[in-house]
Design a protein around this ligand. Structure first.
Ligand code: NAP
Length: 289
């Protein structure tokens, strides 16, 4: 089977699919024949990106759904809308994420980085879990792909300060990315008897729109660092590998780096108590409990 139709018949949901790594992931999945459902927060941008992908790939099976993922009510509406329109989900790529130099609160009153980067994929995945389980079968597992970051290696995990009251942008960001890893490992263990895998990755240092929401100074810093960055196409390769590779059919609960290699993640991320405590706290913070 050529790469071009290797994903044919699969339904893939990609968050943060209007820019950077997520856009390239969505585009390539469409090129490989998947039904692609992108998630965007702007109707205009989503429509334009969807039209661009359809035109470039020749696939008409590309649709965007709208949600500001930092708001839990919108994550719930998104999951409902998805389930109403699609009866299966083969690949969920939790890619949307951001870095905020200043501390903001989400509409739900939660620290924005944690709300967007961790609680939103936690909630969305849990709301779509039944659909994922029903879609996978032995030898063709459904897949959850979580986009974390090498930044998680520097994270400090303080369960008494998950809301980063003592805020540093980098501290909150790396904590949220450690949460992605802890969440993936706990999810993989909970799904051990189900035909669904869950893996997590670092995409590399990628020249995307990432962090450009933090003012002119940051944009300049990013321009100066450009020689050390990967293109978004290159940055999407590890997500694509985890979403599509037949070799990873039964691989679950693993961390991959930007060279598409399975690697150990931070030591703290393997602590089961941390994984379970974060899961429990996230259930409470998302009202799933
Ligand atoms: N770039 C890097 O060097 C790097 C390194 C390690 C990890 N990562 C991770 O890679 C992932 C993708 O980042 P990127 O580099 O591709 O960044 P990007 O170019 O800024 O793209 C981020 C995507 O997330 C969406 N998004 C942001 N806030 C949202 C919200 N509240 N609701 C819904 N969607 C929202 C954006 O939508 P809009 O188009 O509307 O803004 C965009 O589609 C992130 O999880 C990031 O943490 C990036």
């Amino acid at each position: 089977m050529s790469l071009q139709n290797s994903m044919s018949g699969k339904v893939c949901l990609v968050t943060g699919a209007t820019a950077g790594i997520g856009l390239e992931t969505a585009r390539e999945l469409a090129r490989r024949g998947a039904v692609v459902v992108g998630v965007g927060r702007s109707a205009e941008k989503s429509a334009s990106v969807a039209a661009q992908i359809r035109q470039q790939t020749g696939s008409q099976a590309v649709e965007y759904l709208l949600a500001d993922l930092s708001q839990q009510s919108q994550v719930r509406r998104l999951a409902q809308e998805f389930r109403a329109r699609y009866s299966r989900l083969d690949v969920l790529v939790n890619n949307a994420g951001a870095f905020f130099m200043k501390r903001y609160l989400s509409a739900d009153g939660l620290e924005l980085t944690f709300a967007l980067n961790h609680l939103s994929p936690f909630l969305l995945t849990n709301l779509l879990l039944e659909t994922l389980i029903a879609s996978g079968k032995p030898g063709a597992a459904a897949r959850v792909v979580n986009v974390s970051s090498g930044a998680h290696f520097g994270a400090k995990l303080d369960f008494n300060d998950l809301q980063s009251q003592r805020y540093s942008g980098w501290g909150a960001y790396s904590l949220s990315k450690l949460a992605n890893v802890l969440f993936t490992y706990e999810l993989a263990r909970r799904l051990a008897d189900q035909p669904v895998t869950a893996n997590v990755l670092h995409p590399g240092f990628v020249a995307s729109n990432f962090a450009t929401n933090n003012g002119r100074l940051w944009r300049w810093v990013l321009v100066l660092m450009k020689p050390w960055t990967l293109t978004p196409e290159r940055g999407a390769q590890t997500s694509l590998l985890l979403a599509t590779s037949p070799k990873l059919e039964s691989v679950t609960g693993k961390y991959f780096d930007d060279q598409q290699r399975e690697m150990p993640s931070a030591k703290i991320s393997y602590d089961r108590q941390n994984q379970q405590r974060l899961w429990q706290t996230s259930l409470e913070l998302t009202g799933l409990q």
